[in-house]
Design a protein around this ligand. Structure first.
Ligand code: IPM
Ligand code: MN
Length: 368
């Protein structure tokens, strides 16, 4: 199989974690005899510096010609004073819009060896396995009108959804629920917002086509609390754009680190893969960043774009093994000071070794 991957590593820790994810993908390709082609392009702050734009035309073209885009992170403190449309983040939002993926899948899984890393008690987080389906192209991020009228001292954004936008993302959530625990929790603020009332009515309607799926609705404020109190009660959590942004960071508390969370955006012309964590400029270039979010993102790319489910699982199993062996980046040592603290690159190397063993073993079994 042939797969063209555009790598846009971006800013801060983006390049160092993405390098480890690419190393894993290259290894999968080599061991499986797949033809993966990697190209690099600029996005975010580095693109502003070199081309004056957070999403240069050349990056956009290369992205649209690829089968999948793997992104690191965008953003940096030096751009904080810029208006939203000129910041590094604008490049990412334009890319999301151009690629067309509207369903952002963000799994949050309680890795058994990391339960002491969560500030929540082990008996609360153990067994939690949540999949956020965050709508990615609507809501406050893209709704018009939007402006800051400095003279009037007033600013506004618009949370807008059409029925069709809700239908398509609700279907993705229901389809995915069928492959899991068959439960969808839809999040809204229907006690206050008309847009949430449309959301709730539409999701309810879509769910009638999925009789095997149990649908529940939660207000976003209550959901924020239930996620911490009873994370095991959730399976698929369906949200609009901003609610999903906020709640998926909150769900990082289940493992105690944002550095563990991957994401995949599907449904458009080209799928986009990005870890949930940001550019973390304070630790960039120091070998302190956790590459597992990026590596698990690569696993999602194998699953959703390359359709290599077995290889995706092999990468996830490798991550589990390395955690069981006791290797930890600095963000994963809460409650476990005796664990072996390793650098970004070392963590990548250990996952790589575990993966090679799994694939070797699989191939040896096939040969018998
Ligand atoms: C995320 C990030 C982005 C978002 C930013 C960088 C634009 O926080 O992917 O969660 O808000 O969607
Ligand atoms: Mn976010």
């Amino acid at each position: 199989m042939k797969l063209k991957v555009l790598v846009v590593a971006g800013d801060g820790i983006g390049p160092e974690v993405t390098a480890e994810a690419v190393r894993i993908l290259r290894s999968v390709a080599e061991l499986g005899g797949y033809d993966f082609e990697f190209r690099d392009a600029l996005i975010g702050g580095v693109a502003i510096k070199q081309h004056g734009s957070p999403l240069p035309e050349s990056t956009l073209e290369a992205a649209l010609e690829s089968d999948a885009v793997l992104l690191g992170a965008v953003g940096g403190n030096e751009f904080n004073a810029l208006p939203p449309d000129r910041r590094p983040e604008a490049g990412l939002l334009q890319l999301r819009q151009a690629l067309g993926g509207f369903a952002n899948l963000r799994p949050s899984f309680a890795w058994p060896s990391l339960s002491s890393n969560s500030p929540l008690r082990a008996e609360v987080v153990d067994g939690a396995d949540i999949l956020f389906v965050r709508e990615l192209l609507g809501g406050l991020y893209f709704g018009e009108p939007r402006a800051w009228d400095r003279e009037a001292g007033s600013a506004w954004n618009t949370m807008r959804y059409t029925r069709d936008e809700v239908i398509r993302v609700a279907r993705v959530a229901c389809e995915l629920a069928l492959t899991r625990q068959k439960k969808v929790t839809s999040v809204d603020k229907a006690n206050v917002l008309e847009v949430s009332q449309l959301w709730r009515a539409t999701v309810t309607e879509v769910a009638t086509q999925y009789p095997d799926v149990t649908l529940e609705h939660q207000y976003v404020d209550a959901c924020a609390m239930h996620l911490m109190n009873t994370p095991r009660n959730f399976d698929v959590v369906l949200t609009e754009n901003l609610f999903g942004d906020i709640l998926s960071d909150e769900a990082a508390v289940i493992t105690g680190s944002l550095g563990m969370l991957p994401s995949a955006t599907i449904g458009g012309q080209v799928n986009l893969y990005e870890p949930v964590h940001g550019s973390a400029p304070d630790i960039a270039g120091k070998g302190l960043a956790n590459p597992l979010g990026a590596i698990l993102t690569a696993a999602m790319l194998l699953r959703h774009s390359a359709k290599l489910e077995q290889d995706a699982q092999a990468v996830e199993t490798s991550v589990r093994k390395v955690l069981e062996q006791g290797y930890r980046t600095a963000d994963l040592v809460r409650g476990q000071p005796s664990k072996m603290v390793v650098s970004t690159q070392e963590m990548g190397k250990y996952v790589h070794q575990a993966l090679n063993e799994i694939i070797d073993c699989r191939q040896a079994m096939h040969a018998v």
